[in-house]
Design a protein around this ligand. Structure first.
Ligand code: ATP
Length: 513
């Protein structure tokens, strides 16, 4: 563990303006999103996955999904599949993954254990790593002593100094052991794509880290470096929490004699008050958004809109626009503060775009059919309301007013699917000229035939209202709204009429005569 102030002291930031860019390396770009299946995908993870995806697509490269499931004690059942499902749902499908496979597979670290043991042995053979036989009790004691004297606990590297015959003897006796990496002093600075020049003198603050645990599983540091090398990852774009470990990873690359990838540490997504997104906040999981009617493109838009990486931010950006407008040199070191109260607005804009797209609208119609059946099935009196033309018309008239498809099956919109029951006395309370109003509206319907044009309907209703003796325009509108929707408030009467269509209006009004 390193104290925060020490970390800052050791982070030497030189020239942030001399960043390396991938644009010159088009074609060979391979990036990876490497989550631990210790929980389901949340908005923060999605953001980092998205930046990897965008970066890959921008440079004609490959987006790899790798499951870092070596910490067996923290695995959550179903999480690995859940993460891949949610990337698919979000439309940022990996090119290579545990499920899809690929030439560098398998893509689950738990299935690559031999590779890590061989790698660890290579380091031992080179003298860059060593077997450590210190017991958990000894390590605990070291920790307690350090804390008592107000020091940062660190391993004292005792087993570094074991003679080869001592090691052989202990191994021969089958003594439990781990493998530790021998940290070298004097690390070279590296140029991070976002944070510029950095260097962490790890050997000065940490004991030699474990790279292979007693159970034969590697730790993050080894597995990550080995896999990034073997999977030919060109750019490691990951959360800023890994910035401090990068010097350690570079020492590993050096010990193996491998060329390291380019690193870019992405700012984290935080709550709008600056607090960390917590897995205990149930509402940050992507599955929650998918189930509650958020559109994937709205989520991708809001999580990029609140951060950097683009020359300008605007609402309504779709994935192809995110890719074309992305500029990695515009990613700043500031955290991205997410205001989820704005999500309905993002969803509204993207739902409108879907409705305007012929093909996407056809899928929305199908989805809405299911929602209507579920919500109102047996109460639907007229089967036309379940058919494509009616639902499509409703979608076009309500676009821009609703932020989720589900809004259309709330009680406020039930009148679209189920005929309202309005007591005659209530209608008579609004106007004593019910018969006259209905007759005039039926005449209006006859004039128009099958289509009701919204533009001319409002002025026509005004003219119609003028013919009334005892009811003002507002009273006529109130009457019609109540008769047609059963509500006293809601969309304009003209919009209600256009949505319902002539047949349904006829049906609803004739019953009142
Ligand atoms: N709030 C966040 N904002 C941006 N990126 C994040 C956020 N949280 C995690 N990431 C990034 O997502 C990737 C996968 O992370 P990981 O699966 O370890 O998620 P995690 O929520 O941090 O889980 P754990 O607590 O188990 O480490 C990493 O690159 C990590 O840096």
């Amino acid at each position: 563990m390193v104290s925060k102030s020490y970390e800052i002291l050791l982070t030497l930031t030189f020239h942030t303006d001399t960043r390396r860019h991938a644009s010159s390396e088009n074609g060979n770009v391979r990036v990876r999103f490497a989550p631990s299946p210790t929980g389901f995908l949340h908005l923060g993870g999605l953001r980092t996955a998205l930046y990897n995806f965008i970066f890959a697509k921008k440079h004609g490269g490959t987006f790899v999904l790798r499951m870092e499931d070596t910490d067996q004690s923290r695995l959550v059942s179903g999480a690995a599949d859940g993460i891949e499902d949610m990337l698919e749902w979000a439309g940022i499908s990996p090119d290579e993954s545990p499920r899809k496979g690929g030439i560098f597979g398998p893509y689950q670290q738990s299935q690559r254990l031999d590779l890590y043991s061989q790698a660890a042995q290579t380091l031992v053979d080179k003298g860059a790593a060593y077997h450590c036989f210190c017991s958990p009790q000894r390590l605990e004691l070291l920790k307690k002593e350090a804390l008592r004297s107000r020091q940062t606990p660190r391993y004292d590297n005792r087993c570094r100094h074991l003679a080869p015959d001592q090691v052989a003897e202990k191994l021969g006796q089958g003594q439990p052991h781990v493998i530790r990496f021998r940290l070298q002093e004097g690390v070279d600075p590296f140029e991070d794509m976002v944070f510029g020049w950095n260097r962490h003198e790890v050997a000065a603050v940490e004991g030699d880290p474990v790279i292979m645990k007693a159970d034969g599983f590697p730790t993050y540091h080894l597995a990550n470096v080995v896999d990034d090398h073997h999977m030919q990852i060109s750019h490691v774009l990951r959360g800023t929490e890994w910035l401090i470990s990068t010097s350690k990873h570079l020492l590993l690359y050096q010990a193996f004699g491998w060329t390291p990838p380019t690193f870019g540490h992405l700012p984290l997504l935080l709550n709008k008050d600056g607090s960390k997104l917590s897995k205990r906040q149930g509402d940050i999981f992507i599955e929650h958004f998918a189930k509650s009617g958020s559109l994937p493109e709205a989520l991708l838009d809001i999580i990029t809109n609140c951060g950097s990486g683009f020359a300008n931010n605007r609402t309504g950006r779709k994935l192809d626009e995110l890719i074309s407008e992305f500029d990695s040199s515009k990613i700043t070191t500031h955290s991205a503060l997410l205001d989820l109260d704005k999500l309905p607005e993002f969803n509204r804009v993207h739902l409108m775009q879907r409705i305007e797209d012929e093909e996407k609208c056809a899928s929305l119609v199908k989805e809405l059919q299911v929602l209507i059946e579920d919500a109102y099935g047996p109460q639907v009196q007229e089967s036309d309301v379940l058919h494509d033309p009616y639902i499509r018309r409703v979608l076009h008239f309500r676009k821009g007013h609703i932020s989720r498809l589900q809004d259309l099956v709330t009680p406020a919109y039930s009148f679209l699917w189920v005929r309202p029951c309005v007591p005659r006395e209530q209608l008579e309370g609004v106007s004593s000229e019910a018969h006259a109003i209905i007759t005039l509206v039926l005449e209006l319907l006859q004039r128009h035939g099958k289509e009701l044009p919204l533009e001319s309907l409002s002025p026509e209703l005004k003219v119609l209202a003028k013919k009334m003796k005892a009811t003002k325009y507002s009273g006529v509108m109130k009457f019609l709204r109540l008769a047609l929707s059963g509500h006293q408030q809601g969309p304009s009467v003209a919009e209600i009429m256009v949505s319902l269509g002539p047949n349904e209006i006829l049906n609803r009004l004739q019953r009142l005569l």
